[in-house]
Design a protein around this ligand. Structure first.
Ligand code: Z5A
Length: 217
C-alpha cells in the first residue's frame, strides 16, 4: 500500500488496564527499535493536544460531563484526525508504536454497558476508516496490581470497580486476531525482552510487504 523500496513501517499497539505498563513498555520498545536501526515513533491516544483532545482531557479530568456516545465519538474523532499522518508514516517506512488505540475505545465504552453502545456499534464507528494494528500487545495483570504501582490516579475512569469491568471487556477483545497476551506482572526488563523479540518479527514482515488491513476487518 504505497510503501517505497524500504517497505512500510509496522503499526504496533499497546493495550491494557491502568498502570499495566503500556507507557513504560511502548517507550522502551521504540528506543530498542531505534537502536537496531528501525525508524520508529512513539504515539499515544488520546492525543490531548488537539482541539478534540482538549475536550477529552476536560472530560477525563471530571471538569465536564457528556453522554457516553458523544465521548466515544470524540475519542474516535481524535484518532480519525490523525489518520492521514498515521498512514503517511506507515507508508513512508516509519514504525508507529501506539500507547492505546481503538481497542481502548471499545473496552472503555463497553464497560459502561450503555444500551446500544455494544461492540458492534464501536466497530461500526471506526471500522472501515482506520488502519488495523499489525499486532496488539495486551498487557494483562490483575487490576489490584495498580495499587502497588502508585494507584490508579484521579481521572474519571481510575476507580477499581470500573477498571474490573474494563479488564473483562479486554479479556473478550483479546480473543481477536492479532492480539498477543503478555504477563504484565513480570519485571519491566523481562517483559521488554519478550516484546522486542516478537516486535522485530512484525517489523520484518511489514517491511517485506504485509498489507495494511482495515480496523476490525
Ligand atoms: N480511553 C477511552 O476511554 N477511550 C479511548 O478511545 C482511549 C482511551 C484511547 C486516558 O488514558 C484514559 O482514556 C484511560 C482510557 C481512556 N483511562 N483510564 N483508566 P491514558 O493513556 O492517558 O492513561 P492510562 O492508560 O491510565 O496510563 P497509565 O496509568 O499511565 O498506565 P500505563 O501506561 O499502563 O502504565 P505506566 O505508566 O507504564 O506504568 C505505571 C507505573 O508502574 C510506573 O510507575 C511504572 O514505573 C510502573 N511499572 C510499569 N511496569 C512495571 C513492571 N513490570 N513492574 C513494576 N512496576 C512497573
Amino acid at each position: 500500500a504505497g510503501a517505497g523500496n524500504e517497505g512500510r513501517g509496522a503499526f504496533i499497539v499497546f493495550e491494557g488496564c491502568d498502570r499495566s505498563g503500556k507507557t513504560t513498555q511502548s517507550k522502551k520498545l521504540v528506543a530498542a527499535l531505534r537502536e537496531k536501526g528501525v525508524d520508529a515513533e512513539w504515539w499515544r491516544f488520546p492525543d490531548r493536544t488537539t482541539g478534540v483532545g482538549r475536550l477529552i482531557d476536560s472530560y477525563l479530568a471530571g471538569k465536564q460531563d457528556t453522554e457516553d456516545d458523544v465521548i466515544h465519538l470524540l475519542f474516535a474523532a481524535n484518532r480519525l484526525e490523525k489518520k492521514q499522518e498515521l498512514m503517511s508514516k506507515l507508508e513512508g517506512g516509519t514504525t508507529v508504536v501506539l500507547d492505546r488505540y481503538a481497542q481502548s475505545g471499545a473496552a472503555f465504552t463497553m464497560a459502561k454497558a450503555t444500551p446500544g453502545l455494544d461492540l458492534a456499534w464501536c466497530m461500526g464507528v471506526e471500522g472501515s476508516r482506520l488502519p488495523a494494528p499489525d499486532v496488539v500487545y495486551f498487557l494483562k495483570a490483575p487490576v489490584e496490581m495498580a495499587a502497588e504501582r502508585g494507584g490508579f490516579g484521579d481521572e474519571r475512569y481510575e476507580v477499581l470497580e470500573f477498571q474490573r469491568k474494563v479488564a473483562d471487556c479486554y479479556m473478550n477483545l483479546s480473543k481477536m486476531e492479532g492480539w498477543r497476551e503478555l504477563d504484565a506482572t513480570q519485571t519491566i526488563d523481562a517483559l521488554h525482552l519478550e516484546i522486542c523479540k516478537d516486535a522485530m518479527k512484525v517489523v520484518e514482515a511489514c517491511k517485506a510487504g504485509r498489507p495494511i488491513d482495515l480496523l476490525w476487518a
